[in-house]
Structures are given as structure tokens and as C-alpha cells.
Ligand binder design. Structure first.
Ligand code: SAM
Length: 278
């Protein structure tokens, strides 16, 4: 394993890790190379990085991209990043919680690429925010906990398949870039990681009449994994049993199936059929 100078930077500035902020800094050069290469950056690209840490990934992004906005919550990293990256005039540091940033203020009329080694504790809310708030982005190349990456990329009928798979696959194609062992970080986390690339589709994977109802039905179906789809929908109490049967018939879906076997397109058909009878 070819080591980055992460440990030296941590020692040089006497940086103290805050566990609750998901601070596990990358030390393996090959992982960093794979993240940057799979993001396919050019000098036309604007990048948003979430959680730069001591700036090891940021530096590579600054070399490859036109402009990099890095959003870091921990104020004690600000002087380190300012000093270490002072030679780059294409760098902007934003000392804020990424969940509270309106990315449109940064993006304006450009299309951006998100690249990040995300803090574990906030991975899903950050992904959900980027996907659902309608930002003009090209892709997200992110390192996240292995299990979460497996859920994101899961196919119908598997135990990993769930509402997160549907949320992400509705908007994006999913590419698993590589597996990363927990010993590629300091401090070493308890879990392994995966680098994943989410490429935004030109338009969402399927059409439906009401996205909110669709997601409600998806969540309900996965919350009650042991029930048949029909019984899961019944406990939502939005339609009578008879009307539920009619909705399944109209959608051409067997209500005796388990929710986890339905594709995104089938969930859309079912939610449209239910909406028509409400
Ligand atoms: N990019 C660095 C690397 O690869 O070594 C650090 C990655 S570390 C897994 C996650 C970083 O996200 C930390 O620097 C942490 O302080 C920062 N962070 C945690 N929560 C955040 C939030 N809500 N908004 C922005 N940054 C956050």
C-alpha cells in the first residue's frame, strides 16, 4: 500500500479527530487515484467535495478540475486546509454543514460533479439531499460504508434491495468502482468501504403520476417485508380491500408477491393504479 502523507499532516498540525464527525482520513494512494480517475475530471469541471479533512483528496481534485468547492463542518480543519492548499486559486472552502448548503448557490448554471469520502454517519441524508433537491449534477463519486453501497446497487429479490436502492436507481445508474479495506484509513473504522459512482440519468428511470405516493408505497412495502404486498398496502388504510384488489388487477401485479420482488417500474405502475382509485 502506497501511503499518502495524511499522518504527517495530522501530526504537523496536532489535529485531534472527532469521532462523531465520521473523521476517518484516507491513507492509501491507490484508493485516492481510483476515486479521482473514476470521477473522470477535466479542466472544464466544477467539483463539490463534501468533507475535505486535511485536504489529500482535495489537492488531487484541484489539480484536475477547473474549480473545487469543499464543504467542511469542522472549523479546526479550516486553517490546515487554507495553509496546505494556499497555492490553488481554484479552491473555495465553505465551513458549514453540507446538509444545510444550497448547492444551487455554488452551481449557478454549471453542471457539477460531486466527489467525496463521505462521513459514514450522514451518508444517506447527503445522497438523498443531492438526488431529490433537483440539482444540476453529472455524477457523484463517493466512498461510503460497504453495506450502504451494496444496498444502493441491489437488484430486486435480494435481501439488500430496499427503499434506498429505489431512491438512487430512480435517478442514477450505479457503478461499483472498488472495495476498500478499513485499514486504508486513520483512525481505522470498524467497517469496510466501497467507492461507488452514481451517474445521473437524463430523466428519471420511469414515469409516474405522484412521486410522493410512489415513495410512500415503496417504504411501506419494505417496512413490512414479511407481509404480502397486498397486506402491506392494506395497512396503509388508503383504500378498501376491494379497491386494493382492483388496483393490483389494473396494474397487472400479483398482490401475493413480496414488495422486495418489484422493480422500480412495477412500483410506479402500482402507485399510479392506486392513485387512480383514490
Ligand atoms: N476527505 C478526507 C479524506 O478522504 O481523508 C476526509 C474524509 S472523512 C471520512 C469525512 C470528513 O467530513 C471529515 O473531515 C469531517 O469533519 C467532515 N464532515 C463530517 N460531517 C460533515 C457535514 N455534515 N458537513 C460537511 N463535512 C462534514
Amino acid at each position: 500500500m502506497n501511503k499518502l502523507n495524511t499522518k504527517e499532516l495530522v501530526n504537523k498540525y496536532g489535529f485531534k479527530f472527532t469521532k462523531s464527525l465520521g473523521q476517518n482520513f484516507l491513507t492509501d494512494q491507490s484508493v485516492l487515484d481510483d476515486i479521482v480517475n473514476s470521477a473522470k475530471l477535466t479542466k472544464d469541471d466544477v467539483v463539490i467535495e463534501i468533507g475535505p479533512g486535511v485536504g489529500t483528496l482535495t489537492k488531487e481534485l484541484l489539480e484536475k478540475a477547473k474549480k473545487v468547492y469543499s464543504i467542511e463542518l469542522d472549523s479546526s480543519l479550516v486553517p490546515i486546509l487554507q495553509e496546505e492548499l494556499k497555492e490553488y486559486d481554484n479552491f473555495t472552502l465553505i465551513n458549514k454543514d453540507a446538509l444545510k448548503v444550497d448547492f444551487n448557490e455554488l452551481i449557478k448554471d454549471e453542471k457539477v460533479k460531486f466527489v467525496a469520502n463521505l462521513p459514514y454517519y450522514v451518508t444517506t441524508p447527503i445522497i438523498a439531499k443531492i438526488l431529490t433537491e433537483g440539482y444540476n449534477f453529472d455524477s457523484l463519486t463517493i466512498m461510503i460504508q460497504k453495506e450502504v453501497a451494496e444496498r444502493i446497487g441491489a437488484e430486486p429479490g435480494t435481501k439488500e434491495y430496499g427503499s434506498l436502492s429505489i431512491l438512487v436507481q430512480y435517478y442514477c445508474d450505479v457503478e461499483i468502482v472498488r472495495y476498500v479495506s478499513s485499514n486504508a484509513f486513520i483512525p481505522q473504522p470498524k467497517v469496510d468501504s466501497i467507492v461507488i459512482k452514481l451517474l445521473k440519468l437524463d430523466k428519471p428511470r420511469t414515469e409516474m403520476k405522484d412521486y410522493t405516493l410512489f415513495m410512500k408505497i415503496v417504504r411501506q412495502s419494505f417496512n413490512m417485508r414479511r407481509k404480502t404486498l397486498r397486506n402491506g398496502i392494506k395497512s396503509m388504510k388508503i383504500l378498501s380491500g376491494e379497491m386494493i384488489d382492483k388496483a393490483f388487477e389494473n396494474a397487472g401485479i400479483d398482490g401475493g408477491r413480496r414488495g422486495e420482488t418489484l422493480s422500480i417500474e412495477e412500483f410506479a405502475q402500482l402507485s399510479d393504479a392506486i392513485l387512480d382509485l383514490l
